[in-house]
Write a protein that binds this ligand. Structure first.
Ligand code: IMP
Ligand code: MG
Length: 183
């Protein structure tokens, strides 16, 4: 376990199992269709790569990058930093997100992507932290529900670090406010 963590919340084996199940569900639900997985950068990267490998359908991948977080707190104001490359009109779109916390990011994504007239639009999140929800967003696919703790790993970061950990862990208090440089 990384020295900055107090505990591992979801192990690599549990992640593998949970992500496989999500991929299988999506494959069943969209049988015969082509799906467009829209990953929300950067947190989606590890999850999306593993999820896509478990989807046995023709699959398109596209990405958006949004800003709303700084450190451990959402600023609540969402901005598009990078937009989709392709049109999603008439497509079956699944937004792939690392974690839904306040729900404000997903509320914004749903509103924004709906205006592009997809055939269908759903949310698939690896983690759901329902205790701090401000916007009630419909989540079709959830990997794991977690308590109100700040977690890192498997794509999730604190000030840009820890995304590469192959499990989900809880950060130690002492690691919060630590350095965020490349040193
Ligand atoms: P929301 O708009 O509050 O739902 O925030 C969603 C985004 O906040 C996620 O995509 C994450 O990037 C970030 N986030 C929320 N909770 C955590 C956490 O516990 N660890 C790391 N990032 C988080
Ligand atoms: Mg994110």
């Amino acid at each position: 376990m990384h020295k900055d963590l107090q505990e591992i919340l979801i192990s690599q084996a549990q992640l593998d199992e949970g992500v496989k199940k999500l991929g299988e569900r999506i494959s069943r639900d969209y049988a015969g269709r082509t799906v467009t997985l829209v990953g929300v950068l950067k947190g989606c990267v590890l999850f999306l790569a593993d999820l896509a490998k478990n989807v046995s359908l023709d699959t398109r991948l596209d990405f958006m990058m949004l800003s709303s977080y700084s450190g451990q707190h959402s600023t609540g104001v969402v901005r598009i930093l990078l937009d989709l490359k392709e049109s999603i009109e008439d497509c079956d779109v699944i937004i792939v997100e690392d974690i839904v916390d306040s729900g404000l990011t997903m509320e914004y994504m749903l509103q924004n992507l709906k205006t592009r007239r997809p055939r269908s639009l759903e949310i698939c999140t690896l983690l759901d932290k329902p205790s701090r929800r401000k916007a009630q967003v419909p989540i079709k696919y959830t990997g794991f529900q977690i308590p109100d703790k700040f977690v890192v790993g498997y794509g999730l970061d604190y000030n840009g670090i820890y995304r590469n950990l192959p499990y989900i862990g809880v950060l130690k208090e002492s690691a919060v406010e630590g350095n965020n440089t490349c040193r």
